[in-house]
Design a protein around this ligand. Structure first.
Ligand SMILES: Nc1ncnc2c1ncn2[C@@H]1O[C@H](COP(=O)(O)OP(=O)(O)OP(=O)(O)O)[C@@H](O)[C@H]1O
Length: 348
């Protein structure tokens, strides 16, 4: 079974040679474009590459074109230009072959409030011509189990919390084994507990080998659960890659953020850090922070950019008592601001 890389796994560098071959992509679009009536470009020349086995975050402020893209991928609306492949097949042409392998949760599940959770799933399953009625009870039972709703299965759906309704929608998407799950804003409107539940579920599904493509306008959500992300703004793709590589976009070749040293020997630490080309030094109580130089320092013999480990060794060597040492990672918010020059301030 395919295991996804750990969320935020570091190490990979963005380069064309690291791109997976086309057959290893769960979703691929070329120049995908949608102009709604009136000519406004909701999606503008999108080239998306979603590796199989990834948890791929499709990130952008409200109105940046995420839902429109998902609707095109699922064959719900036609593209104005460009092409899309899902699980290696052209969409919408191959929809009949592809869509049974895709579970989708778009704009919230359509549930009957007067039916129990179990009966809602029963209805979904019965509407699937490929689903064997003889094994329905078992399928519905294991889908409920999977999303943690077995105990609440007999309750009417209208009595469910928003988080439970989302999980029931996911259960409907999971009635059949899926290669790809497409979730449009799966945690929208959920409280922190509900969000955690959905994130846990997404991680479990990914660990089973399902590719998960989820859209969100919540940067920290994407950072917590996704291995890869694409960032959209005003219908255009700003960047895509592993979450670690996207951070490195902002942080330079080594992906290191601001350095923080906790020490009782602040003055000595500042002197050593300065000697090693660390800039922007600030001292607050027993914490010294600064920025690692992007390239090699001016010191004779230095050829490569400074590694945090070297700085730590130099401090210790100079007799500085280092109680804690670390570097921050850039957030996706940093990436967005860096690449667009705009803030990412959408209403949560
Ligand atoms: N049916 C439609 N007719 C005309 N314009 C539309 C339609 N649907 C979306 N748009 C416009 O297209 C742009 C992209 O919208 P879309 O819903 O795809 O963005 P989004 O990133 O999913 O945002 P949200 O999270 O708010 O749905 C927006 O400017 C929106 O107003």
């Amino acid at each position: 079974m395919r295991q996804p890389p750990a969320p935020g796994a570091a190490g990979a560098r963005p380069s064309a040679s690291d791109d997976p071959p086309a057959g290893d992509r769960a979703i691929e679009t070329r120049g995908l474009t949608k102009a709604y009536r009136g000519g406004q470009l909701a999606v503008d020349g999108l080239d998306l590459a979603v590796p199989r086995g990834s948890v791929f975050g499709f990130l952008g402020p409200n109105g940046s074109g995420k839902t429109t893209t998902i609707r095109m991928l699922m064959g719900l609306i036609d593209a104005t230009a460009g092409s899309a492949r899902v699980l290696g097949q052209p969409m919408p042409a191959a929809g009949r072959r592809v869509l049974p392998k895709v579970g989708a949760l778009i704009e919230g599940p359509a549930l009957y409030g007067f039916l129990s959770g179990r009966d809602n799933l029963w209805r979904f399953d019965a509407a699937d011509p490929g689903a064997d009625p003889r094994t329905r009870t078992q399928r519905v039972g294991s889908a409920l189990e999977r999303v943690g709703l077995a105990a609440a299965a007999g309750k009417k759906a209208r009595a469910y919390s928003l988080g439970m309704k989302q999980r029931l929608g996911l259960a409907a998407a999971l009635l059949q084994p899926r290669e790809l799950l497409v979730l449009d804003e799966p945690t929208n409107g959920l409280d922190p507990q509900g969000m955690r539940e959905i994130r846990t579920l997404v991680r479990e599904l990914a660990a089973d080998g399902t590719t998960v493509f989820l859209s969100s306008h919540l940067l920290d959500e994407i950072e917590q659960v996704c291995t890869h992300a694409a960032v959209m703004a005003r219908g255009r793709l700003i960047t895509q890659g592993t979450v670690a590589d996207l951070s490195a976009t902002v942080l330079g070749p080594h992906g290191h953020g601001r350095l923080t040293v906790t020490t009782p020997d602040g003055a000595d630490a500042v002197r050593v850090l300065k000697e090693h080309g660390v800039t922007g030094l600030q001292v607050t109580d027993d914490r010294v922070t600064g920025d690692l130089p992007a390239g090699p320092s001016d010191r004779p013999g230095d050829q490569a950019p400074l590694e945090p480990a070297d700085v730590n060794a130099a401090l210790v060597h100079a007799g500085v008592r280092v109680r804690a040492f670390g570097t921050e990672r850039a957030s996706l918010e940093d990436v967005f601001v860096h690449l667009t020059g705009e803030g990412f301030d959408v209403a949560g």
